[in-house]
Structures are given as structure tokens and as C-alpha cells.
Write a protein that binds this ligand. Structure first.
Ligand SMILES: *Cc1c(COP(=O)(O)O)cnc(C)c1O
Length: 421
């Protein structure tokens, strides 16, 4: 099954499921993020059923989109979660998630975070350095518990993606090289408060080929054989996330093709360890749009700009990764006064753009949608330029819910104070 989302034109008006986005803009205001519940559910189920023939767990990667309602939708489907901070842990718990199905990744877990995670009973801590192993042993001893751990190895595979989101090369800060990993596994096996669960990797994000996933899985299986020879047995393989989505003209493998490629390797290598996958982007990426209004059109002989009310603080991907997002008018006018525009925000930075050279028939006051922003959209947003954090809306068929209210001026300053007089 391929990628599908439930945003489309109906009678020249752009809809999310059964609601027109003009209506949402009229009621909630702009800019705002709008998600489709049906799309999130469909994508999660497509992943889960793609692995039907093999023992597996889908652990949604929370950093892609951590809104409580998104976590709620996934919790109800029985999802596990991949987290990278105590903040994400608290969100998953608040949404009713099962701690035992949480995998905690990240290179810099603090004592406090480890303590929260062990007390909550997370399913696995993915260790990224020898120092972290010692730290976890100490914290677990203090709490008189056994810490379930995996070691994240760095398979040295080129994910062929943007350098900022490639994490599996030898010189990356993530994971341990094979030689160090074996030594750390041996150390871990001898520690009283450590229980070895598995091996993990995550080689990058927005991958559009199966090859790097296959190569890393092969390397993990080689490594598992090496561990077996020194008497260390494992109970799962965590292959990470990273499957890409269609933003523009990419042709990433479908979840089915991705699952089949991995299962073929596992079966051929006679490996029967349960597999954990941690998709983030592939579940929520196409399930969200950013709804924004054109403030000003600025035409010149060199370049035309459409200045919109959303900026790089609201959606960072274009500025940070040169990420491409399709931009469409909410209402198709049928006239033919098209021009090429750079779609830019109000933030005082030249990197503040959402799209360049987009040919559109638009006027001031018109609504636009920026597509495929459900992942790494709101979750990477900031208040730069003292812009208020925008609202988030979830559409569920013909209803919508404001799942995050627009921030108020008072809220934006509530943790600050003037100096004493
Ligand atoms: C970010 C991350 C993921 C999710 O990556 P996607 O590209 O969104 O699927 C999974 N695992 C780890 C360890 C991550 O850091």
C-alpha cells in the first residue's frame, strides 16, 4: 500500500477529510497547523500490517510531532513510542501510553531523565556511549531496579540524505562503532543492575531507498553473531526510523516494500528476534498542513514575493534543510493571472522562506496551505521574533478539535520578570 493522505480539493476548495480549510481559518485564525486523524491512523496501520508476518513493535518517534492528541490517537491504536527526552516521556504518559512499550534514545540523557525513565518502567534505554552505561548502572543501583538496555551501534552506512539528518556514518555523534560496541556489551553483561535487551541503530531520516536499511540490518545481524560467540544473547533488534515520504518528486519505498525488504533479510539470515521500528515522519509527515494567509504581494521586475503570516519560526524545514513543501491556494480561482512567487514569512532573516519560485494565482488576503508538515513542523517551531506559538487543529471526519490553543501574549512572557525596582 502506498502513501495516501486525506487532504484534497473538493469543488475548488481545499479540504481536510470532510471539512473545508477556509472554515477552519475562519474559526481558528491563521497561521495554524491542521492534522488529519484518519491519515495518522492509516499510516500507523499500514506500518503495523506490513510487518504482520514477523514479530514486531511499531514505536512512533515522538519528536516528529509530540502534540498530546497525536499521541492519544496512536496510543489508542496500541502504538509504542520512541522518545528522546524526559519531556517526551511525560507527554506519552499523559496521553495514556504504555511505559513498557517506550524506547528511550538520545546521546545526552541526564541523571534526572534516567531516573524518571526507570521509575516509569520504560521498555528499553538505548545506550550511545560507555559513560552512559556506567551512569545507568549507578542510577539503577540507587533505585534498586534492573535497567533494560540496548546498545546503539553505528553501522557506518551512508543514508544518502541531507547531512543534518544522516546519523549512521562512522564520524557521527550517534551510537558506537562495532569494536567499541562489543566491549560495552561485555561490560554491560557483567553489571548487576543492567539487563541486556537488544541492539539498536538509526541511520538517518527521509531515506528514499531500501538499500541503506538492508545494509544496516545485515551489519546488525553480523554483529549479533559476534556477540553470540562471546555468550551474549539478545531479545530484539531495533532498526530505528527514517523511512522517507513524498514531499515533491521523491519515490520512497512504501511501508510494505520497506517491511518486505527487512523481513527477507531476517528470514534469509535465519534471525527470529522480534524487530522494533521507530517511524516518525512516515506516520505523521503527510498528515498535516500549515494554513497561512497572504499578507502582502510585493512585485518587482526581479522577483515577486508573497509575504505570508507564517514564518521560519513556525516551520523551520525550508530554512534549516532546504526542505521542499508543496504550497497550494485554498481556493482555486479559475482566473489565469499566474505569477512566480517566493513565499516568505515576516521574520527578519533572509532564510525565512517557505517556498521559492512557486507559480500561483493569488491575491492579498488569500489562504494557502503548505503541505506535508505533520512531522518536524510544530515540534521544531520557536518563538523567534517574539512570534506567538501557533494553534494546532485535528480534523476527525466532519469535526475539528483545537488540540493546542494559540499562545497568548501573557503566556509568552509568563516565565520572565523585570528586575527589582
Ligand atoms: C528521529 C529518530 C527517529 C525517527 O526518524 P524519522 O525519520 O522521523 O522516521 C527514530 N529513531 C531515532 C533514534 C531518532 O532519533
Amino acid at each position: 500500500m502506498s502513501f495516501v493522505d486525506y487532504f484534497k480539493y473538493v469543488d475548488n476548495q481545499y479540504y481536510g477529510e470532510e471539512l473545508s480549510l477556509s472554515e477552519i481559518a475562519a474559526k481558528v485564525g491563521t497561521p495554524c497547523y491542521v492534522y488529519s486523524r484518519a491519515t495518522i491512523e492509516r499510516q500507523w496501520r499500514v506500518f503495523d500490517s506490513a510487518f504482520d508476518s514477523y514479530p514486531h513493535r511499531v514505536c512512533y518517534s515522538v519528536k516528529a510531532n509530540s502534540n498530546l492528541a497525536v499521541l492519544d490517537v496512536l496510543t489508542r491504536l496500541g502504538s509504542g513510542f520512541d522518545i528522546v527526552s524526559a519531556g517526551e516521556l511525560h507527554r506519552v504518559m499523559r496521553a495514556g501510553g504504555d511505559a513498557g512499550k517506550i524506547v528511550f534514545s538520545g546521546v545526552g540523557k541526564s541523571d534526572t531523565e534516567l531516573c524518571h525513565a526507570l521509575k516509569a518502567g520504560v521498555g528499553c534505554l538505548n545506550i550511545e556511549s560507555e559513560s552512559e552505561l556506567h551512569r545507568i548502572q549507578a542510577v539503577a543501583q540507587e533505585l534498586r531496579v534492573k535497567a533494560p538496555i540496548s546498545i546503539r551501534v553505528n553501522p557506518d552506512v551512508d543514508a544518502n540524505t541531507h547531512p543534518y539528518i544522516a546519523t549512521g556514518l562512522r564520524d557521527s555523534k550517534f551510537g558506537l562503532g562495532a569494536r567499541d560496541a562489543e566491549r560495552v556489551f561485555v561490560l554491560a553483561a557483567a553489571m548487576p543492575n543492567i539487563e541486556i535487551k537488544g541492539i539498536a541503530c538509526h541511520i538517518g531520516s527521509q531515506l528514499t531507498e531500501t538499500r541503506p536499511f538492508i545494509d544496516s540490518l545485515e551489519k546488525l545481524i553480523d554483529f549479533i553473531g559476534q556477540l553470540a560467540r562471546v555468550g551474549i544473547g539478545l531479545s530484539h533488534i531495533d532498526i530505528g526510523g527514517g523511512l522517507g515520504i513524498i514531499y515533491h518528486n521523491e519515490s520512497p519505498p512504501t511501508p510494505d516494500q520497506y517491511a518486505n525488504a527487512l523481513i527477507n533479510v531476517l528470514k534469509r539470515r535465519k534471525c527470529n528476534l522480534p524487530i522494533i521500528i521507530q517511524p516518525g515522519r512516515a506516520i505523521v509527515g503527510n498528515a498535516g498542513v500549515l494554513l497561512t494567509r497572504v499578507e502582502y504581494l510585493k512585485m518587482s521586475s526581479d522577483r515577486n514575493f508573497a509575504v505570508v503570516d507564517a514564518g521560519m519560526n513556525d516551520l523551520l524545514r525550508p530554512a534549516l534543510y532546504q526542505g521542499f513543501h508543496e504550497i497550494l491556494p485554498v481556493r482555486l480561482s479559475g482566473s489565469s493571472t499566474r505569477h512566480a512567487y517566493d513565499i516568505v514569512g515576516p521574520v527578519c532573516e533572509s532564510a525565512d522562506y517557505l517556498g521559492k519560485g512557486r507559480v500561483l494565482d493569488i491575491g492579498e488576503g488569500d489562504l494557502l496551505v503548505v503541505r506535508s508538515v505533520g512531522a518536524y513542523g510544530f515540534s521544531m517551531s520557536s518563538e523567534y521574533n517574539s512570534r506567538l506559538r501557533l494553534a494546532e487543529v485535528m480534523i476527525d471526519r466532519d469535526k475539528y478539535y483545537v488540540i493546542r490553543k494559540r499562545q497568548t501574549v501573557d503566556q509568552s512572557m509568563e516565565n520572565e520578570s523585570l528586575l527589582p525596582r
